[in-house]
Design a protein around this ligand. Structure first.
Ligand code: ACO
Length: 309
């Protein structure tokens, strides 16, 4: 079929598929699934750090954190808009999120117990997000690739602010240093899980790589993240909680231990430390925003009527 041949040609030439182009149903479905999950992650991801805005230790830290959390909201909105170009309906996506029918990243189901967690989220969680998202700037679907360029620029700022926050704490008191180490101990393994299940168990990778939606496999990106993070940890003066972590000169990469994949499956399945709280909070915010949506819809209808008349 001519349309299908054109689609394959665009992929083979590493060009972008655009909203009006013909695409296989499976390609569209996979993109909507991934982009929606990605958008939901940004939106739910505001909660763990949002908890600390009112308790940030200085005006400067509060301003930085506020800006960062607002960025996450913006990323979510870009991504919902990208999903809409594929025919998805934003209200429907939100409904799927708050009724637990669509996933969001496992990482946001862990609690933020101290202010050091804010730094560690910036350093490790946003660091992992960058590793995962920089290749997505070259994903085959145009609107998603373009959204990722801006998102990655902002994520780099987020990662830097986390690292700088931790460096400041590490230059502080013993109590601050142990707070940082405790946060690293709690977030290290969940950060590795962000990349998804091992390749052998990843249902979607092979198809998504062939469609050039994903440019790397989950294990490739996890390895890249470990290699990138080990020297940063050394510079900060923290220990990564993995006794198997060591440089392998033959492979030219670090060897590392196996994440607890049972824990990952539990968290993705809805049974993590904060899943219920995160979804309930999102549902309440959505319900409390009903009057805003109603007012905006009424305003748009009045304007359309005025323009028509
Ligand atoms: N948390 C929750 N669910 C996950 C996670 C995770 N960390 N990793 C994988 N899954 C889900 C997948 O969505 C898939 O579910 P589904 O088939 O029911 O939809 C299932 O587990 C199997 O995994 P894969 O087959 O490996 O799924 P996929 O090919 O989609 O790869 C990945 C997962 C790497 C997360 C990919 O979707 C991706 O790159 N997404 C874009 C980036 C993103 O969403 N980042 C969110 C966190 S970063 C941030 O918001 C700051």
């Amino acid at each position: 079929m001519e349309l299908e041949a054109e689609f394959e040609r665009v992929l083979a030439a590493d060009q972008r598929v655009e909203p009006r182009d013909w695409m296989p149903d499976g390609y569209r479905r996979t993109l909507v699934r991934q982009i929606a999950q990605h958008a939901h992650s940004e939106i739910i991801g505001m909660q763990p750090e949002g908890n600390w805005i009112s308790r940030a230790p200085s005006l400067r830290r509060k301003a930085i954190l506020l800006a960062k959390v607002q960025d996450e909201a913006g990323h979510g909105l870009y991504l919902y808009a990208a999903a809409e170009t594929l025919g998805a309906d934003r209200a429907d996506l939100t409904e799927r999120l708050i009724t637990g029918r669509q996933k969001y990243s496992s990482i946001f189901n862990y609690p933020t117990l101290t202010f050091a967690d804010v730094g560690v989220i910036g350093w490790l969680v946003d660091g992992a997000a960058i590793c995962n998202q920089v290749p997505l700037c070259r994903t085959s679907y145009g609107p998603y690739a373009r959204a990722m360029i801006r998102v990655c620029k902002e994520e780099s700022f987020h990662q830097r602010q986390g690292y700088e926050l931790l460096a400041t704490m590490m230059a502080g008191t013993d109590a601050q240093r142990s707070m940082v180490q405790d946060a690293v101990d709690r977030w290290w393994w969940p950060s590795l899980m962000m990349f998804g299940p091992p390749d052998a168990e990843s249902a979607n990778t092979e198809r998504s790589v062939a469609w050039r939606i994903k440019r790397n496999t989950n294990d490739e990106l996890r390895q890249k993240f470990v290699d990138m993070t080990v020297p940063q940890a050394a510079k900060l003066g923290v220990t990564l909680p993995d006794p198997e972590l060591r440089w392998n000169a033959e492979r030219g990469h670090h060897d590392f231990g196996t994440p607890d994949w049972d824990e990952f499956r539990r968290v993705v399945g809805g049974d993590g430390p904060c899943n219920a709280q995160r979804v309930a909070h999102r549902r309440t915010a959505h319900e409390e925003g009903e009057w805003v949506r109603a007012a905006a819809t009424a305003h748009a209808a009045k304007r359309a009527a005025r323009e028509a008349g």
